[in-house]
Write a protein that binds this ligand. Structure first.
Ligand code: NAD
Length: 291
């Protein structure tokens, strides 16, 4: 397939490379990042998309997505699919979907989970919003870049699923870390805490698969000095998107709001930026007077 790829950063570069390695003709554009091996370099975003059957975008946020889409939609072939894999606000995804439909192009929001490791290995999970026919066109590409594709509903449903999932993740990670810190102060061994909780009703992905305590449970960023993994500032972004969406539809999300406040303080006022989001544990485990 002829594919355009806009945004070859940490995630986009390995995704584009996997598409090229699978035999697709990939032309890419990024304002800063280089193109990975096997991907042709376009002079502009409009140049990249002009012959593409599918144009993939992997960009930092909704504002940039809207600006890029306004530029590329008129240059895309009628009926071509715009496949946005970025994590953006639900409103931007729906606005871009409306704009694409008005110009006779098809749109899918398809945010991912799995991080840079999943992008590299081609094992991402895609949460897809949009029409069945557009998904049928994009599916061969999604199958190269990912291991799991879930069609969540109409445009915006992929982003909705992503932020709901990550709101649960953020809240459970904070809860898991504060519980470890409490266990420390109660004199409970971390390994014993893991052995109990990971097989009891307190279990979660944060505890069982991504344990924030070094040397306990499966290998995780905690065992690598909390190098990401999934960076705290990306969790902050996703919790912000969840809060924005909750406000827009009048949903009550007190745990999401509490997790957002913790990550905001950690990233913006402490040393959280560039650290894994599980580094909440050493933060909570500091001396009582520290916080
Ligand atoms: P990144 O900042 O490494 O990559 C974004 C790229 O977009 C950059 O290379 C940047 O130069 C490029 N860009 C910005 N404006 C542009 C424009 N106008 N035209 C062309 N290129 C432009 O970010 P990333 O980590 O690759 O994340 C991309 C998206 O994936 C984000 O929405 C993020 O929330 C989401 N995401 C990231 C992860 C992760 O672990 N990194 C996991 C899941 C989802």
């Amino acid at each position: 397939m002829k594919v355009a790829f806009i945004g070859t950063g940490n995630m986009g570069a390995p995704m584009a490379r996997n598409l090229a390695d699978a035999g697709h003709e990939v032309t890419g554009f990024d304002t800063q990042a280089p193109m990975p091996d096997g991907v042709l370099v376009a002079a502009s975003a409009t140049d990249a998309v002009k012959d593409a059957e599918v144009a993939v975008t992997m960009l930092p946020n909704g504002e940039i997505l809207r600006a890029v889409v306004a530029e590329i939609l008129p240059a895309m072939a009628p009926g071509a699919v715009l496949l946005d894999c970025s994590t953006v606000d639900v409103d931007s995804a729906r606005a871009v979907a409306r704009e694409a439909a008005a110009q006779g192009r098809r749109f899918l929001d398809a945010p991912v989970s799995g991080g840079v490791g999943g992008a590299d290995a081609g094992t991402l999970t895609f949460m897809v919003g949009g029409a069945e026919d557009a998904l049928a066109t994009a599916r061969p590409l999604l199958e190269v870049m990912g291991a799991r594709i879930v069609h969540c509903g109409e445009a915006g449903a992929g982003q909705a699923a992503k932020i709901c999932n990550n709101m649960i993740l953020g809240a459970t990670m904070v809860a898991t870390c504060e519980a470890f810190a409490l266990a420390d102060r109660l004199g409970l061994d971390r390994q014993a805490m893991f052995d109990v909780v990971s097989t009891s009703s307190g279990q979660s992905w944060s505890m069982n698969t991504y344990c924030p305590a070094p040397g306990v449970g499966p290998t995780s960023p905690a065992d690598n000095d909390y190098r990401p993994g999934f960076a705290a500032e990306l969790m902050l972004k996703d919790l912000g998107l969840a809060a924005q969406a909750a406000e827009a539809v009048g949903a009550t999300t007190p745990m999401g709001a509490a997790a957002l406040a913790e990550y905001r303080t950690f990233v913006e006022q402490e040393d959280g930026k560039g650290r894994d989001f599980s580094a909440m544990l050493p933060r909570f485990a500091g001396k009582p007077g520290d916080r």
